[in-house]
Design a protein around this ligand. Structure first.
Ligand code: TXA
Ligand code: MG
Length: 308
């Protein structure tokens, strides 16, 4: 599938067990009916993803989310503050939830998020139930942030594809587990500070390797090696700059003004462009570890293969 479809076609494709390329405000997803194990199996196959890595169920709003997950007061607080938007909550799965075991990788928890993108909202309303949508890349590759990149990654397996333009945020959602103590499983556009202001301290994800097996060290990886904290490129290297930097060959600036939101939005597209440039390595300028910088550095360390 490489031509844009409309919402009615895409909803019909989901009902028939087909896969749909779906824009969200974070990254493009590869969507399927969360209740249909054969459709969910096709998502894992299209991504080349280990079947033990659970998927996020996307919903229109808190009312639809309550049909699949059990909300405690902290979960309610976060959903009311940040939905629709780039926050995923991992919660105890509800009885009779329309999210199949395979989508949850057999866990008794479920990840749920209400995306803010109008095209995603329109599809979820037309379909009327939860839709799983992992990022539309092949497993281990950078998440697609444009329609063309999404189609280039998993287009052949989709029967329908929705074009929502470039993703405004460009980084995957923040994932917070509220199972025992609140844990930050994946930093993202909603920052740790924003969440801690509402529900108190978040524990680190490190002990949760079994619960969030998607957090592999080498993830979001281009084919070209990545070198972090570089102040300038060496001969033969491409360069991802941040802040005022002279224009050079094979240099892409994540944000000439040093704006972290702009850098997040550009990150995956620039990584892909540098990866295609034929450089021996991709040197990346230091990014401050504050606010959105925590999520950007998390993705960069994974691209470099450094996170254990
Ligand atoms: O921004 C996003 O979240 C995008 C867009 C398309 O919505 N989706 C996305 O999905 O990034 P995916 O499948 O690439 O990442 C889901 C993450 C994985 O790290 C997975 O391990 C974790 O959420 N996850 C899902 N269900 C979980 C669960 N029950 N417990 C712990 N982690 C879970
Ligand atoms: Mg992903």
């Amino acid at each position: 599938m490489d031509r844009p479809s409309d919402i009615a076609d895409a909803a019909a494709a989901l009902r028939a067990g087909g896969l749909v390329i779906l824009p969200t405000e974070t990254v493009y997803g590869l969507a399927a009916d969360a209740a249909d194990p054969r459709a969910v199996a096709a998502v894992y196959e299209a991504k080349g993803r280990p079947a033990f890595n659970p998927l996020i169920a996307h919903v229109t709003d808190l009312a639809m989310a309550r049909r699949i997950a059990r909300f405690d007061p902290r979960a309610e607080t976060l959903a009311k503050a940040f939905w629709p938007g780039p926050l995923t909550l991992v919660l105890p799965v509800a009885d009779q939830a329309a999210v199949c075991d395979l989508a949850r990788a057999g866990l008794d928890s479920v990840a749920v998020r209400a995306p803010a993108h109008p095209v995603a909202q329109a599809l979820l309303s037309a379909f009327g139930g939860p839709v799983v949508a992992p990022s539309a890349n092949r497993s281990g590759r950078p998440s697609p942030t444009t329609f063309a990149d999404a189609v280039g990654e998993t287009g052949p397996s989709a029967v329908s594809a929705l074009d929502g333009g470039p993703c405004a945020i460009g980084l995957e959602s923040t994932v917070v587990a509220l199972l025992d103590r609140p844990r930050l499983l994946r930093p993202g556009a909603i920052t740790r500070a924003q969440i801690e202001a509402l529900i108190g301290p978040l524990a680190q994800a490190q002990d949760d390797a079994k619960r969030s097996p998607g957090r592999l060290a080498r993830h979001y990886a281009p084919d070209t090696p990545v070198r972090l904290d570089a102040h300038a490129p060496a001969a033969g290297e491409a360069f991802l700059a941040f802040g005022p930097t002279p224009a050079r060959d094979r240099t892409w600036n994540l944000s000439p003004s040093g704006d972290l939101a702009e850098a997040a939005a550009n990150l995956f597209a620039h990584l892909r462009a540098a990866d295609r440039s034929g450089a021996t390595a991709i040197a990346v300028a230091p990014i401050p570890e504050e606010g959105l910088g925590e999520a950007i550095n998390d993705r960069l360390r994974r691209a470099a293969g450094f996170v254990g």
